[in-house]
Ligand binder design. Structure first.
Ligand code: GLC
Length: 435
């Protein structure tokens, strides 16, 4: 009898183990990818879909209450004649970014890749007929850029999507869906994304926050996460759910805020966990292409944000919304290039670093690699700066860019570094060698 129980027990564990990711232990390649993810520091987010034709962001269907069947007709006119994956990837490289995260399917439900799970996709439903994600994947692999897929859990078009949240209320969506078929649809699409496009660095989920009308809904995420790790154990699972990370996730993302901050209201419940961190941000104020939004952040603001994310031990995922013709907006290209030029000179103080042991301050942040501490001075009115050293001793202090030695004095608790002028560079970087 005892044996029968043991057998049943074993069976139970095998059965649940096959569907859930309880007790998730990341694979060695997953852990390696997490470190590489942290080393990359800078990625380009791409929000692109048939919504780009309406030139008013990726939420237009929801915001203008467009019936999903009418919206779907946009696909028949989608012909991005200037799309050139090689140009995108070289723009990304010129920015100094190391990875791309692209919307494979956004809340509108339109798949930007050649999927067999629904004909509502770029290959079957548009005159363009090209799998742009495939072309991008090939180019990324060729040019050594990591590829991440954004994937929406939320869908404003599929009748089986469930639960209804606060969005997509007036687009003709069915009141009740069928989570089983929708969940299976997502698993099948993820299989395609993780088998037809080579090595994928991460799947980046979004839309779960829409559950606020139905907080107890079981999204069966563990099955989804386990499925991803079964297909590509090294692939990072990231979920923009605005909460602390849960089991099966490999990195934590913050929307439009540095980790620990909540200026946007999205991150009230997003306690910082133990995983690698990322912050995603827009260059203007839109994710998807918006023809009237020319409020681009300045070069200086963008460089400062990149430096601050690094100082907060996070990556920056900086967005571009390509035009309907398939090109990045000119201003975006120009801003990326400016960041790339800066990174050519200062990349050593960013790539491969971690947040420094001196926590972010009003004057700036610190990054660190081995025994080097990079002090990024972004905003200082004095020609000297006190640095708390937590018992560590400074061997030397230099201006990073020309390696000119700087005077420093030991004072109780730390050192005071003296400059020959008030630092007014975009980022005045002091390199401290720690004993
Ligand atoms: C939000 C928005 C979405 C965008 C995402 C990027 O979740 O719904 O449109 O893709 O943020 O962080």
């Amino acid at each position: 009898m005892k044996h029968v129980y043991c057998f049943l027990f074993a069976l139970f564990f095998i059965a649940t183990g096959a569907t859930a990711q309880q007790g998730y232990t990341p694979s060695p390649e997953n852990l390696k990818n997490r470190r590489e993810f942290q080393d990359m520091k800078f990625g380009v987010f791409i929000h692109w879909g048939i919504y780009s034709m309406m030139a008013d962001g990726e939420w237009i269907m929801n915001n203008k209450n467009i019936h999903y069947k009418e919206y779907a007709k946009l696909a028949e006119g989608f012909y991005p004649s200037k799309f050139d994956a090689a140009k995108w990837v070289s723009d990304v490289k010129a920015a100094g970014a190391k990875y791309i995260c692209i919307t494979s399917r956004h809340h509108d439900g339109f798949s930007m890749f050649g999927t067999r799970q629904s004909s509502y996709n770029i290959v079957d439903a548009t005159p363009f007929k090209r799998d742009v994600i495939k072309e991008l994947a090939n180019e990324c692999h060729k040019q050594g850029i990591k590829l991440h897929f954004y994937y929406s859990l939320l869908d404003w078009s599929r009748p089986d999507y469930y639960p209804l949240g606060r969005t997509g209320r007036n687009v003709g969506r069915a009141e009740h869906g069928n989570w089983d078929t929708y969940h299976q649809f997502m698993l099948n699409q993820l299989t395609e994304l993780l088998t037809n496009y080579g090595e994928i660095g991460a799947i980046w989920f979004d839309g779960q926050w829409d559950q606020d009308q139905n907080p107890d809904f079981d999204w069966r995420l563990q099955e989804i996460y386990a499925h991803i790790h079964r297909l590509q154990p090294g692939c990072l699972v990231i979920n923009n759910h605005h909460l602390a990370p849960i089991e099966g996730e490999d990195a934590q993302t913050f929307e439009k805020d540095l980790p620990g901050q909540n200026t946007t209201g999205f991150s009230a419940d997003a306690q910082i966990g133990q995983l690698p961190l990322e912050t995603c941000e827009t260059m203007n104020n839109s994710w998807g292409y918006n023809i009237t939004d020319l409020k681009y952040k300045s070069e200086k603001e963008l460089i400062h944000y990149l430096v601050k994310t690094a100082g907060n031990n996070a990556n920056l995922l900086l967005n571009v919304g390509p035009r309907p013709n398939g090109e990045f907006p000119d201003i975006a290209v120009q801003r990326y290039l400016a960041m790339g030029e800066w990174l050519k000179k200062y990349g050593e103080t960013i790539y491969g670093t971690r947040g420094g042991f001196i926590a972010p301050r009003d004057w700036g942040v610190t990054t660190q690699r081995d025994n080097k501490l990079y002090v990024h001075i972004l905003n200082l009115k004095d020609d000297a700066l006190y640095l708390p050293m937590e018992g560590k001793k400074v061997r030397s202090a230099k201006v990073f860019i020309d390696q000119k030695p700087l005077k420093f004095t030991e004072v109780p608790g730390g050192v005071v570094v003296k400059f020959d002028r008030i630092p007014d560079d975009v980022d005045y970087v002091v390199e401290l060698e720690i004993k």
